[in-house]
Design a protein around this ligand. Structure first.
Ligand code: BGC
Length: 487
């Protein structure tokens, strides 16, 4: 019944992008979602409260449309339809996340929810029955509130609690899940959440850097748990997914080029250098800049918490591939004299005093930060290879947002086509990119933008209890692309 209108739309669309570049046989296509953004059922059964539940319920004004994620796409109940959509698209894999407070209501590993456990079992088994590989993110921003009350990622104990949670997840699902992402986009969870959202935000970055260090330790400990206890029998892969904004110099001047490279180390390197570089630890340019700024601001010590040698060794090399989320690009420059600075992720690099801005010629999706510059993905990938060698790269998110009800989403089709064309060129240039994940399979709760920004291949009707999912034109385009394996 749900699928009937979909079939009609399906048959009437034919979009050709005029290129017949072929993807290699080993290249995989998927789509993604995240627990908090789709599941709903926020307090069903014994589920614990997560930090976004608390935030939204307490400060509804923070969400642009005043909505919440209490029901969201209702995927806690509609998971069979979600699997059906993944099958309709012909996905080779579906990336979703596990809600920490759903599986472990208190956050601690000594209390596993039966209902939570069964929900993810059904989802994983249902996908496998359709021949779709589950790629599972262990944490996509839904920190148990009990831990958040203790500082969340800013509390040094969190790395042990996270490793215990990861152990539960591997032991429950590791027999069937072979690809794990420990943590999604620590840049956003640390820099945005601790730098902009939390009431306790400071004048200068303190919380974001504490979070940054502990998130890396948490990832590393979870990686080692898999490596030592599960890899021998399950032979899977583990990484963490980073949000990479490609940063270009504002001009060709040496000053701007150096600034852009330093900004890359701030926005990306702070979350990748410790894991993927040969030497590990913080990028030196970050260490130096934060120490200098902290001194000038009158702090006794640098605000960047140092790593011990033991911690550097613990984190270094804890990856089996590079998971890259990429949406957009920025130009980097120094602030102009008397310029009014907006201090936020995507507009300003703290402690480097660098401004990030869009090139006015780039189109922008509905979501304010999503300037479209397809070449950016290829330049970003080339930089990764230059920094970290010929590591396998899986694109774990890339997508485009529209606003309002809109099934004819040609702009989304062009975005995917143009970005994938650049990915193909990267492969031709010899970079080891092995797959692409569209964000997102269906419209969902877009954090502080509520249900306004729509990234979905499927439109979701949030005004009806059924949360009807209808494929957009882009869903057909993506299904055809996966089938033909060419643009
Ligand atoms: C996040 C998603 C989010 C998407 C679109 C990514 O940064 O992982 O949760 O919905 O961007 O803004």
């Amino acid at each position: 019944m749900l699928w009937l209108p979909a079939l009609i739309i399906w048959a009437s669309v034919s979009h050709s992008c005029g290129s017949d570049l072929q993807f290699p046989s080993w290249f995989k296509f998927g789509a993604a979602s995240a627990a908090f953004q789709v599941e709903g059922a926020w307090n069903v059964s014994d589920k614990g409260e997560g930090k976004w539940d608390r935030l939204i319920h307490r400060y509804p004004e923070m969400i642009t449309d005043g909505s919440n994620a209490d029901v969201a796409c209702n995927s806690y109940y509609l998971w069979e339809r979600d699997i059906e959509m993944a099958a309709e698209l012909g996905l080779q894999f579906y990336r979703f996340s596990i809600s920490w407070p759903r599986l472990l209501p208190t956050g601690f590993a000594n209390n596993i929810s039966e209902d939570g456990k069964n929900y993810y079992n059904k989802l994983i088994d249902g996908l496998l029955e359709k021949g779709i590989e589950p790629i599972v993110t262990i944490y996509h921003w839904d920190m148990p509130q009990m831990f958040q009350d203790l500082g969340g990622w800013a509390n040094p104990k969190i790395s042990d609690w996270f490793a215990e949670y990861a152990r539960v997840v591997y032991s429950l699902y590791g027999d069937r899940v072979k690809n794990w992402i420990t943590i999604n986009e620590p840049l956003v969870d640390c820099d945005f959440y601790y730098g902009e959202v939390l009431a306790a935000k400071q004048e200068h970055f303190v919380g974001p850097y504490m979070c940054n260090k502990n998130v890396l330790l948490s990832h590393a400990k979870a990686y080692h748990v898999y490596d030592q206890e599960f890899r021998p029998k399950y032979k899977g892969k583990v990484s963490l997914a980073n949000h990479l904004v490609w940063l270009k110099p504002y001009s060709n001047s040496t000053e701007d080029q150096e600034l852009a490279e330093a900004a890359r180390q701030f926005l990306t390197g702070r979350y990748t250098h410790a894991v993927f570089s040969k030497e590990g630890g913080w990028p030196s340019v970050v260490e130096e800049a934060v120490a200098k700024a902290s001194k000038e601001q009158g702090y006794q010590d640098t605000r960047l918490p140092p790593f011990t040698q033991e911690e550097i060794e613990l984190i270094r090399g804890t990856y089996d591939y590079f998971a890259m989320n990429h949406y957009t690009t920025r130009l980097v420059r120094k602030p102009r004299s008397s310029e009014e600075i907006v201090r936020s992720l995507f507009t300003y690099v703290e402690d480097l005093d660098a401004v990030l801005e869009m090139d006015p010629s780039w189109p922008v999706g509905y979501t304010w930060y999503t300037a479209v510059y397809p070449e950016g993905i290829r330049e970003q990938i080339a930089w990764l290879k230059q920094q970290y060698g010929n590591v396998e790269i899986l694109i774990t998110e890339n997508g485009y947002s529209t606003g309002g009800s809109n099934l004819d989403d040609d702009a989304r089709i062009s975005y995917v086509n143009d970005y994938l064309e650049q990915v193909l060129l990267s492969i031709e240039e010899g970079v080891n990119v092995t797959g692409y994940t569209y964000w997102t399979i269906m419209d969902n709760f877009e954090w502080t933008d509520g249900y306004n920004s729509k990234f979905g291949l499927y439109e979701v009707d949030f005004s009806v209890p059924e949360r009807t999912r209808t494929p957009r034109k882009s869903a057909q385009y993506y299904a055809q692309l996966i089938k033909k394996r060419s643009l």
